[in-house]
Write a protein that binds this ligand. Structure first.
Ligand SMILES: *Cc1c(COP(=O)(O)O)cnc(C)c1O
Length: 254
């Protein structure tokens, strides 16, 4: 059998998502947890692939941000052993405690902040995370600029949009987005996309559609939308990133 055989089953799935893509060699001993999490990751990707096919979405299947917040560290390690490298956390302090050692062990992890950020934690967030998805106001844009200058870092950012205009939720209102983007541009921040958490009691598809429209209007390419309950819908509507916790790891411990 030739290694160039075009029929050989080697078509790359999405490298970011593929459970075995980056599995460290000689470490097939992850045990049941690792197998179970690899299967759950594969199932998420498979569901999205079917959803994209059904709705004829030309774009690639979204990458999976495995949301590890409040999960037992053994499950997170199992995901790493299964080869997954892209993770999300919503709290700076909890993420520091968990990920400082894990990142030391596993250098190619990419960690996204997906929870609201207070300006007084901007320094620690810039130090730990590889991407911040929750830029939502001018004050935070300025704080991130200052910290990235100090730490000589240039993190990609997403702007979180509060499409449901929910007062308790972070995110900038759709009407305030042009101004925040203009400021971000003036500050030379690298805004790559938009992120949304739809209101719990509304059809998420409407919010995903609005987010996509806003991104297109402003020439932004990345769309972070979809969680365990609706990542298939998000995939069909053009998400580039889904943020999936319980569907991969099971119920959170606290
Ligand atoms: C917790 C969280 C998720 C993951 O939620 P699941 O329902 O467990 O998939 C996604 N996005 C954000 C912003 C979160 O805080």
């Amino acid at each position: 059998m030739s290694s160039t055989d075009p029929t050989s089953p080697t078509q790359p799935t999405h490298a970011d998502n593929s459970p075995d893509a980056a599995a460290p060699s000689g470490r097939e001993d992850g045990g049941d947890d690792s197998r179970e999490i690899a299967d759950a990751l594969a199932a998420v990707c498979d569901t999205m692939r079917q959803s994209c096919r059904k709705f004829m979405v030309a774009e690639n299947v979204p990458r999976v941000i495995a949301v590890s917040k409040r999960q037992p560290v053994a499950r997170v390690r199992a995901a790493l052993e299964a080869g997954h490298r892209l993770f999300g956390e919503n709290l700076v302090q909890e993420a520091e405690e968990r990920w400082t050692p894990l990142k030391a062990d596993c250098g190619d992890v990419e960690l996204h902040l997906i929870g609201g950020l207070q300006t007084n934690k901007a320094a620690r967030a810039v130090a730990l995370f590889d991407c911040i998805q929750t830029l939502d106001r001018p004050k935070l844009a300025r704080a991130l600029r200052r910290e990235m200058d100090k730490q000589n870092k240039a993190l990609p950012l997403y702007i979180q949009v509060n499409t449901g205009a929910e007062p308790q939720k972070s995110g900038c209102l759709p009407a305030d987005l042009p101004e925040l983007l203009a400021l971000s541009g003036a500050l030379k921040l690298t805004v790559v996309g938009l992120m949304v958490i739809p209101p719990a009691d509304e059809d998420p598809a409407l919010h995903f559609a609005l987010l996509k429209k806003l991104a297109e209007r402003h020439g932004l390419t990345r769309l972070s939308m979809g969680m365990s309950g609706d990542y298939d819908v998000a995939a069909a509507m053009g998400a580039t990133d889904v943020r999936v916790g319980t569907a991969i790891f099971g119920r959170r411990t606290s």
